[in-house]
Design a protein around this ligand. Structure first.
Ligand code: AMP
Length: 219
């Protein structure tokens, strides 16, 4: 199955992808995770991306699209993929169509998580991530059993540098200007599945698996 997860920062794309990836047996490709990994390694790409990410603006299209193209070349062989955080601009959406056309792997559905602003802000400001396995927690909604420690692997939890109020505001503006118009792009292509982005990821996971079963689009 080939899916795109679309939604504002904090809509729960990563959390949902983590819940779905084992059941669907697809690769989870998160451009944000790939870029943060490059920053951690202090690679040339990581150094290029750092200032954009820390200010809440977008990394240039060519850089991100190249990363995705490379990941997709291996991901599509494993039975599909879930793209999380890509595309984020109209240009990226068009380039993705060209890439997928070339490898004959069209998107099955675009899952659009539509959330309200207060929920997004509450989720982002309380979000904590595991340094080792990338597991996502929340100090109120999804607290780890022991504060600051990942339930999954015992790794240390941290707060993303761009999850502060000022950068969140920039990221929301960037989302409204650059990413929200893509919803219309996929609606016109009849690919869009609209979901309640304020709902808990576990609830969405249940609903989606039922829908996929009904539509017979498992695998
Ligand atoms: P995320 O983890 O998806 O919230 O992404 C974190 C940051 O990485 C974003 O605020 C951007 O700076 C950068 N980024 C991730 N995906 C993209 C993309 N598709 N296009 C441009 N920048 C991106």
């Amino acid at each position: 199955m080939r899916l795109v997860l679309l939604g504002a920062p904090g809509a729960g794309k990563g959390t949902l992808a983590n819940l779905l990836k084992d059941t669907l047996k697809v690769a989870h490709i998160s451009t944000g995770d790939i870029l943060r990994e490059e920053m951690k390694k202090n690679s040339a790409l990581g150094r290029q991306a750092k200032a954009f990410i820390e200010s809440g603006s977008l990394v240039p299209d060519e850089i991100v699209t190249q990363l995705v193209e490379k990941s997709l070349k291996t991901a599509h062989l494993k039975g599909g993929f879930m793209l999380d955080g890509f595309p984020r601009t109209r240009q990226q959406a068009e380039d993705l169509d060209i890439i997928l056309d070339k490898i004959k792997q069209p998107i099955d559905a675009v899952l659009y998580l539509d959330s309200t602003l207060p929920v997004l802000i509450q989720r982002l400001t309380g979000r904590r991530i595991c340094k080792s396995c990338g597991g996502v927690f929340h100090i109120k909604n999804r607290p780890p059993k022991k504060a600051g420690v990942c339930d999954l692997c015992g790794g240390e939890l941290y707060q993303r540098a761009d999850d502060n109020e000022e950068t969140i505001k920039t990221r929301m503006d960037v989302y409204l200007t650059n990413t929200l118009p893509i919803v219309e792009y996929y609606k016109k292509k009849s690919k869009l599945e609209e979901l309640d982005g304020d709902a808990e990821a576990e609830e969405l996971q249940k609903q989606l698996l039922t829908t996929f079963n009904e539509k017979g689009i498992f695998n």
